[in-house]
Design a protein around this ligand. Structure first.
Ligand SMILES: [Zn+2]
Length: 453
């Protein structure tokens, strides 16, 4: 259920921040209480000031790497380490969780060096949704029911299929509310046959082909990541490595934003309550069961190679992404992940709608200039959830012009977001071209809430 258009009052004031070249193709305005435009600018006097792309040497989206957010998920983590197998049976030093974290940190450093925003789902041997199971020696934080299924924790009373759902949901929530452009989940395989570990080395990458934006962009990300990792690791390997390519397969972290169980896919335990709102891939970068590969992935050289391969994959994917946007509150940085709340439910929640007029920074984070028909759209939905898993049924155009920004350029517009709804409401703010919003294409909407549930 959403508000009717009549309940949504949107008004605009054009932001006239001083500097910047303006785009001559900006949609004409009717408001004209304009401050003087700097003489260096060629803007229409009543259009929003356009900040040109800063440019950079970054391998990743050189037009404006600061407008890109890469969410990096170091697979596994915490004392219990998802409890499979018993953590007391393996060493920590060379565990999958240790290597994935080291690779994730190297990837983070490479991206940050290039000016790209990064959100880490963990930056230590941590778990977000609880790590408390004394029978296996783990006495960490209390369990939280993040995905709202009424089940939390670990142990014989908790079905095996539900063990990691809350942890994975918390990681998805962090990436979603950071409006990440991509989420890269890093794992290392332990291949087995008939219950026996097999000594074989290969890379493979998983993605989902059931996203609202179709398989195209997520498959492209998976292909780019797979090729990046293969290309980086092969030259270092003195043994045979396989390329198992990419596979469309719905794992919890690699699943559509919201789907219903079907006969072919009956397991709701694998269904996130709020799936990734951007292309997500799970990269099994190598295999831990072949000793030589294990040693390579435990080495600085091997980890750096994987990180560079992942970086190349992200860079190649973004270089092929035409239409994309970052929508932020103008007074907060583009990279501003939510802080974890306390309590026993979800950790991460949509930020509150600011009072009064809301200044939004719109940035073209794609490779093509924005089309002339792009318009800002807002939808509201009543909800007690941390944020919306999908767009409200009705999206209302805001009566403002959106400049046809060049790649990397940005502009600030102001809107009045008013809702007559009672109770907690969530706003979903995106850009629309033709029949598609950019959220439909994998650029997450900005989500704001009217308060705590
Ligand atoms: Zn794993």
């Amino acid at each position: 259920m959403t508000l009717r258009a009549g309940l949504l009052a949107l008004a605009v004031a054009v932001a006239l921040a001083g500097c910047g070249l303006a785009d001559t193709e900006a949609t004409p305005r009717t408001t004209s209480d304009a401050a003087p435009v700097p003489s260096s600018a060629s803007a229409a006097p009543d259009g929003p000031a356009v900040v040109p792309p800063p440019g950079s040497e970054s391998r990743v989206y050189g037009s404006n790497p600061g407008a890109i957010v890469v969410a990096i998920d170091a697979g596994h983590g915490g004392c219990l380490d998802w409890g499979v197998p018993d953590p007391s049976e393996r060493g920590v030093e060379l565990a999958e969780k240790t290597m994935t974290l080291e690779i994730a940190q190297r990837l983070r450093d490479l991206l940050v060096d290039g000016g790209v925003g990064v959100v880490m789902t963990r930056d230590g041997d941590d778990a977000l949704a609880g790590d408390d199971y004394p029978p296996l020696g783990c006495e960490g934080a209390a369990w939280r029911d993040v995905n709202g299924d009424g089940v939390a924790g670990f142990g014989p009373d908790v079905p095996e299929a539900t063990r990691t759902r809350d942890e994975l949901q918390a990681r998805l929530d962090l990436a979603n509310l950071s409006a990440a452009d991509v989420l890269i989940s890093i794992h290392i395989n332990s291949p087995s046959e008939g219950g026996q570990r097999i000594e074989v080395a290969f890379s493979e990458t998983f993605y989902t082909d059931e996203t609202p934006w179709g398989p195209t962009s997520t498959a492209a990300l998976a292909d780019a990541v797979q090729q990046g990792v293969m290309g980086a690791l092969d030259p270092l390997a003195s043994y045979e490595r396989g390329d198992r390519g990419t596979t469309a397969h719905n794992l919890y972290i690699v699943a559509p934003p919201l789907f219903a169980p079907t006969a072919e896919r009956p397991d709701p335990a694998k269904q996130p309550s709020r799936g990734g709102l951007m292309p997500v891939v799970l990269a099994e970068v190598g295999s831990i069961t072949l000793r030589e590969e294990h040693d390579l992935l435990a080495s600085a050289d091997g980890q750096e190679a994987v990180a560079r391969g992942l970086l190349e994959g992200v860079a190649a994917y973004l270089a092929g992404r035409d239409l994309a946007a970052r929508i932020s509150l103008a007074d907060v940085p583009d990279v501003d992940p939510p802080s974890a709340t306390t309590g026993d439910g979800p950790l991460f929640w949509a930020r509150a709608v600011p009072d009064g007029r809301v200044a939004l920074r719109l940035t073209n984070s794609g490779m093509a200039a924005w089309p002339d028909d792009l318009r800002l759209v807002v939808g509201w939905a009543p909800s007690n959830q941390p944020y919306l898993a999908q767009a409200p049924a009705e999206l209302v155009p805001a009566p403002i012009g959106v400049p046809a920004l060049e790649p990397g350029a940005s502009a600030t517009v102001e809107v009045d977001l008013a809702t007559a709804g009672g109770g907690r409401m969530l706003a979903w703010i995106s850009l629309m071209s033709g029949e598609n919003t950019l959220a439909d294409l994998g650029s997450p909407a900005l989500q704001l809430s009217t308060g705590a549930p």
